[in-house]
Structures are given as C-alpha cells and as structure tokens.
Design a binder for this molecule. Structure first.
Ligand SMILES: [Ca+2]
Length: 252
C-alpha cells in the first residue's frame, strides 16, 4: 500500500493519503480535527465505469500539466477542446492531421494575442482536431449574442462527418438539458453515449459569423446509469464549438 504524505496549510498539518491497491479508491485521513476525513474521486476510476462503456475503447480522458481534473463531469460543463486523448480514429475523427488553429494559424505572431499565453495559443497543437481561442480582434470586436470568456478555447474548422469523444463522469442519472456555446450555422448535431445514439440537437439560430457567438439550449440527453460514459459529439461543417453545459432537467 503506497503511502504519500502532503503538507497542507498551517492549520491542517499533515494529510496522509493512502492509495489502496484497488486502484480507484483513495482514502484520505487528515489531522487535526477540521479535516476529519474524506473520500475522493480518482480520475482513473474504472471501478465507476458504467456497464455499457465500450470495453475496447483505447482513448483516455484529457489531461496535461495544467488540466488534471480527469473526466469532465455531468452535471457540469464539457469543454470541447478537452476531447479525449488517443488521436485520430480513436478519440476523434478529423478530416486532416493538421491542427489549423493551434498548429497553424496561431503560429503567426499576430494570432498570439497579448491577452493569451503560449499554452492557450498552442493548445494541443499536435492533435489533428482544430483548436483555437477567442481573440480580441476576432471575437470581441463586435456584439455577440453571448459574449464568451477571453481566451475561451474552442474546436473549429469543422467538416462533415467529424466526431470527437469525451469520457465523462455522470454523477446522477436522469435527463439533462444541453446548452451550447457555438458560432455560425444553425446546424443539427448529435451525441452518442457508449456508441449508441442518444440525442439529436438543433443549434437554434445562425449567428452570422464564425466569430459571433451564441449560447442556447439545444436539446436534451438522458443518462440511465451513473459513472463513466463515452460521450461522442458528431457534427458537420459550419460551426465553432466552445462548450456544452449539462443541467438536470425538471429539478430531478
Ligand atoms: Ca484538422
């Protein structure tokens, strides 16, 4: 049983974290009183994988030196640029191997905006998926139907028949509304759960530009089991996608 010791703040003294050989349970004990104890979700929590999660899936939840949150959670926000790791044909399908944002456009100095950082403009630059971020001269130089955050990462350069995977951790079963932050065409998009069609969603209006953003409810999706699920976004040409918010419908 590996034992690791962490110093917290001056009031907490020592947190001893025991990682069980059952690899997905972390049990924490804290001394002194004030942190009585906690159980923590481990990102690699296969023990919580839903029974219908594709057993042969080779992708992994996104993580890097900055983002170490593990699978994105539902209810909650699924950031589109945090698609799974595993590459073309596994974690996503993109029509070409070039990342036309981080790996191409954003190599130009003018696209390395002062309000951003190398991490942002080069985000996942070696992936075939196309990623960029909201820029002052492109996304904030005009009114938006919904103003995105500065440096909001998004996937773009979309083409017909593309898809990408998100390993998500569903905390509670039920039906969720899906709200999208997107731009451009009033397209239909689709979600699958564990490789089965689960939702057809309609982006409600054209925004008029790839860089005019709208945030709108686009449909619903139902999860019948908690735990890890493979959420697949399928789309055609015509949009940038920043994130999807999943909120429980009808206050379940
Ligand atoms: Ca590409």
């Amino acid at each position: 049983m590996p034992l690791r010791t962490f110093w917290l703040d001056k009031n907490s003294v020592i947190l001893q974290m025991f990682t069980m050989n059952t690899p997905f349970l972390i049990f924490c004990l804290a001394v002194p009183v004030g942190l009585i104890g906690c159980s923590s979700l481990q990102s690699d929590s296969r023990a919580k994988t839903s029974s219908t999660f594709p057993a042969d899936y080779k992708g992994q939840p996104f993580g890097d030196a900055v983002y170490q949150g593990g699978p994105q959670t539902i209810p909650g926000r699924v950031e589109c640029s945090y698609f799974d790791m595993g590459g073309e044909g596994v974690a996503y399908h993109d029509v070409d191997a070039i990342n036309h944002g981080s790996g191409e456009l954003n190599l130009m100095p003018y696209h390395q905006r002062p309000h951003a950082t190398p991490y942002i403009w080069g985000f996942r630059k070696d992936e075939g998926m196309d990623i960029s971020y909201t820029k002052d001269f492109a996304d904030f130089s005009h009114p938006n139907f919904f103003t995105p955050a500065t440096n909001q990462l998004y996937i773009g350069w979309t083409s017909d028949g593309e898809w990408c995977n998100y390993t998500v951790n569903v905390k509670k079963t039920g039906t969720y509304t899906i709200t999208a932050l997107y731009s451009n065409d009033p397209n239909t998009i689709w979600f699958s759960v564990n490789n089965k069609p689960a939702s057809e969603c309609k982006l409600p209006m054209a925004t008029g530009s790839w860089h005019i953003w709208n945030k709108a409810e686009i449909g619903t999706i139902t999860f019948t089991a908690a735990g890890l699920h493979l959420l697949t976004l399928r789309y055609n040409a015509g949009n940038n996608f920043a994130y999807f918010d999943f909120e429980q419908a009808n206050h379940q």
